[in-house]
Design a protein around this ligand. Structure first.
Ligand SMILES: Nc1ncnc2c1ncn2[C@@H]1O[C@H](COP(=O)(O)OP(=O)(O)OP(=O)(O)O)[C@@H](O)[C@H]1O
Length: 364
């Protein structure tokens, strides 16, 4: 599967732009701020129905414009698929496959997979638990649509339960029976989600450890620890125990919306104890494992988007990584860099001839 062409109108800094890609390695080269990452993000949009960089659709419209359109032609099993995403200020996002609009965006997820490796991945380590939950949910949802609907239902019920807790608090009374109405559904969806998260992390760890060892060439041990109160106590007991607290804070204080994943290096949180180099290797290993995971589950090779990887690693590591991803087991790769000479030299060392797309920022 690969993206053959892409056209952008008013998407971030691109007023109008068209790109043709090859099925193998493609290199987008241009100055800082010329819009290379935005091209990768447009590919991400057509795959995941949302931006990798900015989850608020409207903020991706070019400044002072009213809409953006991204269109792309994907080749999958030798069939072309025309994907369309349109966002207009004040209207609902429109997403189409072969001119037919989706009723539910969830139906698109998992059919045109991509994996992005980006400098913003550091958020996975440095930011709060929500970012890590979103990462895990994003992967599981691509191959398990039941998981995605359970998650959507869970979040809906959670919002309703929280709204009721708040309303009762504002009106100065507490009526447990009316809140309990929401508990059954919360327990049902929450427990199913929790079980799937446990299985995912268990199966994902060995893949991730394999890639970490490969990229770091070090012997240090790394792991992922899924943290959830539901692993110690069943959700029903937790919810009942939490009533006094929920009443006080007027929101639901236990559940899978509080889960986290700790990234471990030698058994300690990498956030506090890992060097910058170790953190970079950790994140790349996480993404490569994600790639393998999706490829196996979806029976479809994701497109690999490598943003600014050359600034992240030393030349030797970059060459090693490029050699890996240029092999047949990886499919289409889109790479960005600022330096044409550097990027050409690296690909020459590994005897790969990428398609070069050179940005002339004046055209943007
Ligand atoms: N909504 C928007 N409208 C217009 N321009 C935007 C919008 N959002 C971002 N930009 C512009 O896009 C540019 C950044 O694009 P992008 O991150 O793709 O560049 P890049 O070529 O990847 O840069 P670098 O090499 O520094 O990573 C910035 O100039 C930014 O101001």
């Amino acid at each position: 599967m690969f993206v053959e062409s892409l056209s952008l109108v008013n998407f971030r800094n691109h007023s109008e732009a068209e790109f043709q890609f090859e099925a193998g390695v493609n290199c987008i080269v241009g100055k800082n701020g010329s819009g290379k990452t935005n091209v990768l993000d447009a590919v991400h949009y057509l795959s995941m129905c949302r931006s990798y960089l900015n989850p608020t659709d409207k903020q991706n419209i070019r400044f002072n414009e009213q809409f953006f359109v991204i269109q792309g032609c994907w080749m999958k099993d030798e069939q072309p698929f025309n994907l369309y995403c349109g966002v207009k200020a004040g209207s609902k996002k429109v997403f189409k496959k072969n001119k037919k609009e989706y009723n539910r965006l969830a139906d698109h997820i998992g059919h045109f997979p991509v994996v992005m490796i980006s400098p913003y991945d550091t958020d996975l380590i440095s930011e709060g638990s929500e970012v890590r939950r979103r990462w895990m949910d994003g992967i599981i949802s691509q191959f398990d649509h039941e998981y995605l609907s359970d998650l959507q239902r869970y979040n809906k019920v959670l919002d309703q339960r929280n709204a009721l807790l708040k309303l009762q608090f504002e009106n100065g009374f507490f009526e447990r029976e009316s809140i309990e109405i929401w508990d059954e559904q919360l327990i049902k969806y929450g427990t199913a989600i929790h079980n799937k998260r446990v299985s995912f992390i268990d199966a994902f760890i060995p893949l991730f450890q394999h890639y970490y060892k490969w990229i770091s060439q070090e012997q240090e041990s790394v792991s992922l620890n899924y943290e959830s109160k539901l692993s110690e106590t069943d959700f029903r007991t937790l919810i009942q125990q939490a009533y006094p607290k929920d009443m006080r804070v007027h929101y639901t204080s236990v559940g899978i919306h509080k889960d986290d994943i700790t990234f471990l290096l030698e058994g300690l949180p990498i956030k506090r104890f890992g060097s910058q180099g170790q953190q970079k290797s950790f994140l790349i290993a996480l993404r490569l494992a994600q790639f393998d995971w999706l490829k196996e589950r979806l029976n479809q090779t994701p497109i690999l988007l490598l943003d600014d990887i050359f600034d992240k690693l030393d030349n030797l590591r970059v060459a090693q990584l490029m050699e890996l991803v240029s092999k047949n087991t990886f499919g289409q790769v889109l790479v960005t860099d600022t330096d044409e000479i550097r990027v050409s030299a690296i690909f020459e060392t590994i005897q790969v001839k990428p398609k070069m797309i050179i940005f002339n920022s004046e055209l943007v």
